[in-house]
Ligand binder design. Structure first.
Ligand code: MC0
Length: 142
């Protein structure tokens, strides 16, 4: 099971610009990357401590592009808050296969495109004690 580290913790927010200002002014976390992912229905930002350890896991702010997206539905049901826990993996196909062999449901048959050219898949929260787990195989550009 080649999980390397915590990649990021994803937080659902209704308004990305408001959340960015709050995290910057309150915690000194700043965006190293921002992106719109149409397929996932999100506008998202990866945050790091302004003067912190550069190898730290990130905080990802996730705002919905549409009400019927995963984040739109999450906000509707639960309100703003932690939506996912993401782990960095070396080989997403291999880790996905290992988890399937343990009886866990992966949401996608094949990895999809995630932030900054990464490849991602998710484990259903009903199979992980209530936590939506994202697997991230990093892309070249980070
Ligand atoms: C739903 N449930 C959750 C949950 N979302 N539990 C914990 N954490 C979450 N985030 C619970 C519901 O409360 C419900 O529980 C049960 O799961 C089943 O819900 P459902 O109605 O079947 O399913 P939906 O429609 O709510 O969808 C849940 C699901 C969806 C996880 C399948 O959110 C999904 O496809 N997520 C993967 C994609 C995603 O999250 N994209 C946005 C981030 P009860 O007890 O009421 O039955 S994109 C991203 O992260 C990218 C950009 C990146 O990092 O690179």
């Amino acid at each position: 099971m080649a999980i390397r580290r915590i990649d990021h913790v994803g937080i659902a927010v209704p308004d990305l610009d408001e959340a960015l200002a709050f995290y910057r002014d309150t915690f000194g976390l700043v965006a190293e990357h921002e992106e719109v992912n149409e397929e996932q229905g999100v506008r998202e930002a990866m945050l790091v401590p302004a003067d912190g350890d550069p190898s730290t896991g990130r905080v990802q702010l996730l705002a919905p592009l549409r009400a019927d997206s995963a984040i739109g539905k999450f906000l509707d049901r639960s309100g703003p808050g932690i939506q996912q826990m993401a782990y960095t993996v070396d080989d997403i196909e291999k880790t996905s296969e290992e988890l399937r062999a343990k009886g866990l449901r992966l949401l996608y048959d094949a990895p999809r495109r995630g932030t900054a050219g990464s490849r991602i898949n998710f484990v259903h929260p009903k199979d992980t004690g209530g936590v939506l787990v994202e697997l991230v195989e990093p892309g070249g550009a980070h």
